[in-house]
Design a protein around this ligand. Structure first.
Ligand code: HPA
Length: 270
């Protein structure tokens, strides 16, 4: 694993001169953030040694090096989902590579279904914590001490200072920014009403099919993390509206300007 990480990092170093210290994983429907980046250098996943190739609709599959405001960033356009069939080592491989490149802060965005009764579709939520319900753990197996400790704490998986900064930015810009716990599940089915209810009862505010593996590995690697979730649909015992992939993408696009403002400012001020 170490050899693969280093090989991929070496390849990227040979292509990119000014290596960013910030990486952003762009989730469903949030790809347009790339339009606000400048001096862009696209590297398709297919050209990157050891990188899995993304297949899901709406994800293009590029690492994009460039500038968001004044800061150099790596944007990951298209992520690897567990439901696509990748194992957790593949899902989290890019995060390992980011760390090897010197990235210190990871921003993640995703789409999720809201269980919190105060949420409305199109809301954006700072992920304050998560509940990992994936059946495979990304750190299972041999631990490489060079990468991180065997038993990493997850007490502050999401950086409190970045959360506070996001709140400040939201307030300055009149954005309703919710807080909540993200429940990470395999998918690809959306939840039954009983499942949404179950996830709410155990302490979740929203549920989605990504992010948790990457955040665990980023923490293992000692990176700071900020996560934002777009509430694209609502679920619960009394919700009869059926979520579809298209509606999820549509709602994510509506929330995109809010996400963009928060992300851009966070990147600039972090
Ligand atoms: N459940 C799981 N994942 C999701 C949802 C949902 O309702 N909406 C967007 N991603």
């Amino acid at each position: 694993m170490l050899e693969k990480i280093n090989q991929t990092a070496d390849f990227l170093r040979s292509k990119v001169t000014d290596m960013p210290k910030i990486a952003i994983i762009l989730g469903t429907g949030l790809g347009p953030i790339v339009d606000h980046m400048e001096d862009k250098q696209y590297i398709p996943y297919g050209e990157i040694p050891n990188f899995p190739v993304s297949t899901v609709e709406g994800h293009s599959g590029n690492l994009i090096f460039g500038r968001l405001g004044d800061k150099r960033v790596i944007a990951m356009q298209g992520r690897f989902h567990y439901y696509e069939g990748y194992d957790m080592k593949a899902v989290t491989f890019p995060v390992r590579v980011f760390k090897a490149l010197g990235v210190e802060t990871l921003f993640v965005s995703n789409a999720s279904g809201g269980m919190n009764k105060e949420f409305v579709v199109g809301d954006v939520m700072t992920i304050t914590d998560h509940i990992n319900l994936f059946p495979e753990h990304p750190l299972r197996g041999k631990n490489y001490n060079e990468l991180g400790t065997r038993f990493p704490a997850m007490t502050n998986a999401y950086d409190k200072e970045l959360m506070a900064l996001a709140d400040k930015i939201a307030e300055e810009n009149g954005i309703r920014l919710m807080h909540g716990v993200y429940v990470g599940v395999t998918g690809p089915t959306f939840e039954t009403p009983a499942e949404y209810e179950f996830y709410r009862v155990i302490g979740g505010d929203c549920v989605g099919m990504s992010t948790v593996p990457e955040v665990i590995v980023a923490n293992h690697a000692g990176m700071r993390v900020y996560g934002i979730s777009v509430i694209t649909d609502l679920g619960g015992k009394d919700v009869t509206q059926v979520p579809t992939h298209e509606e999820v993408q549509q709602a994510a696009l509506i929330a995109q300007p809010k996400c963009l403002t928060i992300m851009k400012e966070l990147v600039n001020r972090c």
